[in-house]
Write a protein that binds this ligand. Structure first.
Ligand SMILES: [Zn+2]
Length: 273
């Protein structure tokens, strides 16, 4: 039996896990899927949650072509800078685990031992994340009621997932770090200019979070050339614009062989006070 920061989603008591399942003291049991993850989402029978499989596969292909390596490199630098030896990292809304696996590699490269937990509400995404790295301890779970023990996490990471600041505050240890990434004003603006008659720029949310002090904030900004129609379709599908875009927008995008896009992200580094 191994301890985990995941807790029982029924009674919120601690879980212990072995090769086949996780159980709580009251006997609620969760089978481990063959890919290695636990499904801790109680409402699963209600239908499909989170991104669908096509969106997830598009994101996986797009990210693996390297267009967002400038983001993952900087995120990994921050994780290495803040992660204590033997610490616990939680990637909230980790999707198919692209960034989490990069963090695992970066920590391993500097000889930092760590436990990396990653969850997402989409089971299809979690399956892919589980296969991506044996280092990741994965679960299907929602971000607004995380089945994660209180004060169990040293570094929490939220890359473009919905923000659940109170839950993040609860699961972090005193002095723990929260790394948040959000799209900045110009992010993907040239794509929106192709898709829409009146494109708008992103607005960046208020940086103050209750219970946290802001240690630093920075912009990541560069341009990338998305090359080929398959990559352009993947880009559109992985964004929220995919299902919002009218047919005329898709057709305009398909008249391009490649598109120069601005990548423009803001990182916030918070400390739990
Ligand atoms: Zn229980």
């Amino acid at each position: 039996m191994k301890t985990t920061i995941y807790i029982c989603p029924v009674c919120w008591q601690e879980l212990t896990e072995d090769a086949t399942r996780a159980v709580c003291p009251r006997g609620h049991a969760f089978d481990r899927a063959k890919e290695g993850y636990f499904n801790l989402l109680l409402s699963e029978r209600g239908g499909v949650h989170g991104d669908n499989r096509d969106m997830i596969l598009s994101r996986k292909r797009f990210l693996e072509r390297g267009y967002y390596d400038g983001i993952s490199a900087r995120v990994c630098e921050h994780v290495v800078a803040h992660m204590p030896q033997g610490g616990v990292l939680l990637d909230e809304g980790a999707g198919e685990g692209f960034y989490t696996a990069r963090m695992a590699d970066a920590l391993e490269t500097v000889g930092r031992e760590a436990q990396l937990f990653a969850f997402d509400i989409s089971k299809d995404a979690v399956k892919l994340a589980s296969r991506r790295s044996k280092m990741l301890r994965t679960a299907v779970a929602g971000i607004y009621h995380m089945p994660v023990a209180t004060e169990s996490v040293d570094v929490a990471v939220n890359l473009f997932a919905p923000l659940a600041a109170e839950e993040t505050h609860r699961v972090l240890r005193a002095g723990g770090i929260f790394l948040l990434a959000v799209p900045e004003r110009e992010h993907l603006f040239s794509l929106k200019e192709v898709l829409y008659d009146t494109p708008y720029k992103n607005t960046v949310a208020d940086e103050a979070l209750a219970g946290f002090s802001l240690l630093s904030t920075e912009e990541i900004r560069y341009e990338a050339t998305v090359d080929g129609q398959e990559a352009l379709i993947d880009l559109l599908r992985m964004t929220p614009y995919g299902y919002r875009t009218p047919r005329a927008g898709w057709e305009r995008l398909m008249s391009y062989e490649r598109l120069r896009i601005p990548v423009h992200i803001r990182l916030f580094i918070y400390k739990k006070v």
